[in-house]
Design a protein around this ligand. Structure first.
Ligand code: ATP
Length: 366
């Protein structure tokens, strides 16, 4: 049976709670769909840093990089800051170390999830560039000052080409499942030199994929359309900080962070984590919504399946998505979605839904 080794980093706050839930779901899919996962768990967290000063190192990441994928809960606590006053995040370190240039954030309107918009059919994938853009200068040398501080936005052709190829590949794969097959660039080329280059490269890559549609909006107008007419979007691609903000607007449209998964990927490495943070305000209440974490675990299976041409993993990811649709439609739902269910109750409902949804094909014998 195919075997994959997964690094698990539960992290802070509700991270460990939702990771436990996702691991239960993965356990069940292994038996049902025919694959084998083993786990190595690391305690990298803001809490560990507060207690011991220990944080993730290059050597740690070299070791972790030998495993097949990373499942990450959430990291960061508001009162724990590094020397420069910034929140700590192993996910930010891993993005840099593994050169994870694309953060994939699917955003879908599920039946049963209360939402604030008139739209009925929202199904988009926001792709945020994560290796440069507005965060390019994170490690620049600088003299700390009380009077002035500068950040740097850098866009490179090489990263844009890879990023847009991923965007068009995702649009093509999604089109097979019934979406329009359209990639939209959100940018600010009327005011930022870096974005002039980004737009130019986008046009070049789009021309190579003329079987798919492409469109472009300035980030300000695009943000408005996101709220007034989100159904027009399929795959959205954007620079680092614009993509960060865009993906949270999109998550807010469809019911919030509790149903928003994400995957930070390169062509070789993948880190899978919910879009939400550690939510210290609800830690220990048993009310954290595990769905975003479970959907992130499904993205991990899909990514591993595509990468290793393992159809059982791809089917398992579909099975988890179907089970999520069923549970969100029928309940129980956690309070962030207007319900009164607990993390444990949602997890149990997920396991039950998975059992009732037989695999659509017999597991492929390896
Ligand atoms: P970060 O900067 O680390 O992304 P954040 O400041 O954006 O974090 P979150 O930790 O994501 O904040 O929490 C924002 C709000 O959403 C909080 O009120 C939190 O309780 C709620 N929230 C986040 N995730 C969940 C979840 N899985 N279930 C229920 N509520 C959640």
């Amino acid at each position: 049976m195919p075997h994959y080794q997964i690094t698990v980093i539960p992290g802070d706050g509700i991270g460990p709670e939702v990771v436990d839930s996702a691991l239960e779901v993965l356990e069940q899919t292994q038996a049902q769909y025919g694959f084998d996962l083993s786990y190595i768990t690391y305690d990298f967290s803001a809490d560990l840093y507060r207690r011991t000063g220990r944080k993730i190192t290059s050597e740690d990441m070299d070791e972790i990089g030998k495993t097949d994928a990373v499942l990450f809960g959430a990291m960061g606590l508001p009162d724990v800051r590094g020397p420069e006053g910034l929140e700590l995040g192993a996910q930010v370190e891993m993005r840099a170390h593994y050169k994870l240039f694309a953060s994939l954030r699917p955003v879908k309107l599920f039946n049963g999830v209360p939402h604030a918009i008139k739209a009925e059919h929202v199904d988009m994938l926001v792709i945020r560039e994560t290796s440069e853009g507005m965060f390019a200068g994170l490690h620049d040398e600088h003299a700390p000052s009380n009077e002035e501080a500068t950040d740097r936005m850098t866009i490179t052709r090489a990263t844009c080409e890879k990023l847009f190829e991923v965007a068009f590949a995702e649009a093509r794969a999604r089109k097979q499942r019934g979406t329009p097959g359209r990639v939209t660039l959100l940018h600010k080329s009327n005011a930022l030199r870096s974005n002039v280059l980004m737009e130019k490269v986008f046009d070049e890559v789009a021309a190579k994929h003329s079987d798919l549609e492409s469109s472009k909006y300035y980030i300000d107008a695009g943000s408005m359309y996101m709220v007034t007419n989100p159904e027009r979007f399929d795959v959205i691609v954007s620079e680092n900080i614009f993509g960060d903000i865009t993906s949270e607007i999109a998550a807010g449209l469809v019911g919030g962070l509790g149903v928003a998964p994400s995957a930070d990927v390169s062509l070789t490495h993948g880190v899978f984590q919910p879009s939400h943070g550690s939510a210290p305000d609800i830690v220990g209440t048993g009310l954290a919504n595990p769905i975003a974490m479970i959907l992130s675990a499904a993205m991990m299976l899909d990514w591993l399946g595509q990468k290793n041409e393992d159809e059982n993993l791809v089917q398992a990811a579909r099975g988890i998505n179907d089970a999520v649709e069923q549970v969100l439609a029928q309940g129980p739902r956690t309070p962030d979605l207007g319900g009164n269910g607990t993390t444990d109750e949602v997890t149990s409902a997920m396991l039950k839904a998975l059992r009732s949804l037989a695999p659509s094909t017999e597991p492929v014998q390896a």
